[in-house]
Design a protein around this ligand. Sequence first.
Ligand SMILES: C[S@@+](CC[C@H](N)C(=O)[O-])C[C@H]1O[C@@H](n2cnc3c(N)ncnc32)[C@H](O)[C@@H]1O
Length: 199
Amino acid sequence: MASRHTRFRLFYRIGFTPWEGHAIGQGLRDLIEGTADSPALPTGSALDVGCGTGDSAIYLAQHGWKVTGVDYVAKPLEKARAKAGAAGASVNFARADVTQLSQEGIGSGFDLIVDNGCIHNMSGTDREAYVREVSAVAAPDARLYIVAFPPGGRFGVPGIDHAEMERRFAPGWTLLSTGDERELDDKTPTYYYLFQRRP
Ligand SMILES: C[S@@+](CC[C@H](N)C(=O)[O-])C[C@H]1O[C@@H](n2cnc3c(N)ncnc32)[C@H](O)[C@@H]1O
């Protein structure tokens, strides 16, 4: 794990964390709070993968979810715990690698898994492990909500396109909806993907 997480450890050490403090995407808010057309997802257990300093995890906890947030860098987790404490939100923040989730002792049967900016940074091999491991800890009809940049969208981020998302998740997940999540970053095209686990 040492070499894989060096880049993000460096970013957190030098304070280069442009993603921190972003707004919660409209797609996630619609899912959690409901819309005129669709009711809110019933609360349950949620996992925030690559949680960073915990903004999405804290948001989910504030809306009644039992939340675990994992990141493989220790530093943002300290800040996430402080932010959750200040917000009065209860979140289990744990250091864990998404590519080895089922061996990390974080539990399983999660009803909702959220990823804001994690898979789009990974290599192909890590993406393969991500799909396997996220699937292993998901409840039978879990939802998976991913926000990702496409390739070429942001300097230094490999990105992931629609076709790759569909191909990687097709064996175990149904794509329920996808669309623009541009308000997260008005300079870079950004997309959300909402999947449901097939039992
Ligand atoms: C772009 S940041 C986004 C952080 C947070 N989700 C947010 O929206 O503020 C990506 C995060 O994913 C984490 N990460 C990347 N690969 C990971 C892996 N294999 N296991 C756990 N965390 C990972 C990084 O350390 C970093 O905190």
